[in-house]
Design a protein around this ligand. Sequence first.
Ligand SMILES: Cc1cc2nc3c(=O)[nH]c(=O)nc-3n(C[C@H](O)[C@H](O)[C@H](O)COP(=O)(O)O)c2cc1C
Length: 181
Amino acid sequence: MKQLRIVVSSTRPGRIGPKIAEWVAAQVPASEWEVGLLDLSSLPFFDEEDMPRNGNYAKPHTKEWASKVFESDAIVIVTPQYNRSFPAPIKNAIDYLFAEWDAKPIALVGYGWNGATDATADLAKVLGHVKADVVGSTGLVFTQDVSPEGALDVTPERQAELARLLESLATKVEEPVTATV
Ligand SMILES: Cc1cc2nc3c(=O)[nH]c(=O)nc-3n(C[C@H](O)[C@H](O)[C@H](O)COP(=O)(O)O)c2cc1C
């Protein structure tokens, strides 16, 4: 089964990120994907001595984070917009690694007053730098798709956008061919 991981980019107490992530998880076809949530709350501020592009990770939390990203076939990053961009914990999480992002199929789901379009655009730029394969983004708009408190009533347009993103991720992930004897 293909492994899809949903990353929650915000870490503050009372955040609505997990509610958005749960909604995303509920839209994922269970026949196609095994889904898990990745929370960045316990990842400390970047503290590796060597450059991530050398892959010479020393800290247990770096190795654990690297394994989680490496083992996922595709990722959905759920991000709010903070001051016209994405919040710091997701930048920190990206900066920790390098090779693990290479060609990783990633879809972006923003949420905010304008659908977090600045946050997802900035995130796409950063992920492009580490050579991730960003298939696209959608953005939940406050009061139209989700309340600022995280009560979800997503419009059909946004639901369709997420469905298309999930299809794009699926097409990027080839099932391993099992040899028959
Ligand atoms: C520091 C900060 C900056 C914010 N800046 C923006 C912004 O630029 N645009 C926007 O639409 N919402 C902004 N918001 C509102 C957030 O989109 C909203 O609080 C959202 O619930 C945050 O996600 P979270 O609950 O997962 O932390 C900001 C919130 C915080 C805490």
